[in-house]
Design a binder for this molecule. Sequence first.
Ligand code: SAH
Length: 517
Amino acid sequence: MSPPRSTDAPQTESGGGARPGVVYLVGAGPGDPGLMTARSLELIATADAILHDRLIPAGALAGARADAELIYVGKAPGRVAMEQADTEVELVRIAREGRSVVRLKGGDPFVFGRGGEEAETLREAGVEFEVVPGVTAGIAAPAYAGIPVTHRDDASAVAFVTGHEDPDKEESAIDWPALAAFPGTLVLYMGVKNLPRISERLIAAGRAPSDPAAAIERGTHPGQRTVVATTEALPGAVAEAGIGAPAILLFGPVAARREAIGWLERRPLHGRTVVVTRARAQASGLASTLRALGAEVVELPAIRVEPRIDSAEVAAMVEGLHAYALVCLTSPNGVDLLFEAMAERGFDARALANATVAAIGPGTARALRARGVIADIVPPRSIAESLVESLREVDVEGRPVLVARAAEARDVLPEALAERGAQVDVVPLYETVRGDAAEEAVARARDADYVTFTSSSTARYFDETVAGEWPPAARLVSIGPVTSSTLSELGHPADVEASRHDPDGLLEALLSDAASR
Ligand code: SAH
């Protein structure tokens, strides 16, 4: 892996954080947090106040300042948190107080987002503003469904239309005959409820009933659903599938391209909910790989790592590090905390120069490599028994050996080494305690298809976190035999066990199970 060229986010043209007294009309994109612009994140991170809609990506406000004022002004169908006029008054008021305001909207602020009206009000009030476009649902939802809104062979134009208006209304703002004759793709927002009449109207005005059409619900969200049918059959197909708002309707031959181009739903874990129980700090790699494979991921950190490197025991170990003949590390956490403990006392990797260094598995070896140390020994299977086996070659008789690890680990390794006459120091660097899973995550985990366990402690603390109420339909995936036996003890035997006992091995086992079901 090559290092990133720069750790800084790309510089935005408009540059810099939110300025006092300025209103930012910002698009948050269609739902996938990855589609938020760099500029939107920069402004969210610096604004004094954020007025936001309902349809913004999950976690969009996670980067907001702890002291920022967050105001929900959304309009759920039938329920309005704040009237449009009041929202505009609020924007002006906050800006005049000399604070910076982000007005955060789903998609693009100027596409059926009333951003234009808000900008006009701000201009009239003499309030400075900036507009930050967002990825609009009308392009993004089709794209995630595998439908290009234009295509050299099929569509040289695309029209964005509101389907909100009742097509039977006497004085329609929409010219249905003109739309029916439009030489390109029609993309309708807010149209699901009116779909039967929209389809009728288009056909009555001359659109071919057999023309391809599509509806995409919750586009770019993990639960995105797509229905493709003819213009005539779409209302029936949508009703049958139970598709509801928010959805994009699309009419035009490009809809048929989904068959060849559809990509999202083809991902191996599309439509599956997977729970990751690792500690928050370790979860992100596994979680993002699972997401890339199409899974909806619930991060439920069942455990938390509590460093214990301030003890006299650790201090003595670090001071005497150069004297060990063998140093055994049994987790990436152990490596990171050992080096932290060393750095605090003025030591670096050279303190390990005299020792044979053993890592329990590839993850631990990677963590060592990141600190400039290539492990001498990495056993073929990432469990203590296998490490014991691999250490056979190392002469430990009468020599000092360090096992630096978690406080509550098994004693297989130190016992085996002591049996061979080694003077073993077992030094705990951290303790594993119950994690701080959010209630919302616990609730979402109930519907999981898979729960992944990367250690015995994740299994034990998961049991506590869900108060014994395990997700009824979930398949339990264990990283290896030790974790599996803990799961059995808890009365929830593993359905799948990895044959390679590291996160990649676990992922492999999960994927092959998912492929077979
Ligand atoms: N400014 C927004 C549109 C707001 S109007 C934008 O540029 O995307 C709200 C309508 O947008 C919804 O009724 C629906 O038609 C559409 N919409 C928003 N998010 C969507 C999504 N994730 N998937 C499908 N349609 C979506």
